[in-house]
Design a protein around this ligand. Sequence first.
Ligand code: OOG
Ligand code: MG
Length: 243
Amino acid sequence: MERREVVRITADYPDLSVEDAYQVQKELVAIKRQQGHRIIGPKMGLTSQAKMKQMNVDEPIYGYIFDYMLVPDGGTVKMQELIHPKVEAEIAFILGRDLEGPGMTGAQVLAATEYVMPALEIIDSRYENFRFTLPDVIADNASSSRVVFGSRLTRPHHLELDLVGVTLSINGEIKDLAASAAVVGHPANSVAMLANMLARKGEKLKAGDIILTGGVTGAVMLAVGDTVSAKFDGLGEVGFQVT
Ligand code: OOG
Ligand code: MG
């Protein structure tokens, strides 16, 4: 693994479209599957104002989380495996049945959701200075790098899933905080959007998929020695260390 920054694709191919970029992503996903990696589920990205503003991109995107990206709750993320990682707090959904767009709604998503859980996503764009356009980041599998899921599962109807207060702390200091409605009004809407985006490609969400709905908070840069933790009201906590 080289773990180095590269020039963004649109610097050389300015006409790369969103459609082309999803084709590149599809090839990348196929290569990883040929290497024996298994998909945990698709993820949504750039679903909150905080993230869209931070990255200067104005449209949600999707990518895929693979089994090799999983870090256990309380585990370690190794800096030497990564380029310039950042962390963001997200709510994950586990589906009890398949969901097929178009026309999928947040309410239908909730009815099909077995559990929700707290998560931390470590994103690590391969582009220089974490700067990219929409097609670039899509081609880079939406910067997916590592993910930590909290150990507590909660039934989605046991709480107001759009009013979950979230704090993201590093070394005991709160770096960002938000309410889950930041994610397209309700995190279930993010999953519905995903099902509708996949439908355009003739694909669907499957029972057992674990879906990241996108950063509730902005993303925060990581450094060796960091202890990261996020608290989600009613859902629990999740954390890891950086070595
Ligand atoms: C793109 C990935 C965004 C999220 O949760 O918004 C993402 C990036 O910011 O590098 O995963
Ligand atoms: Mg994310």
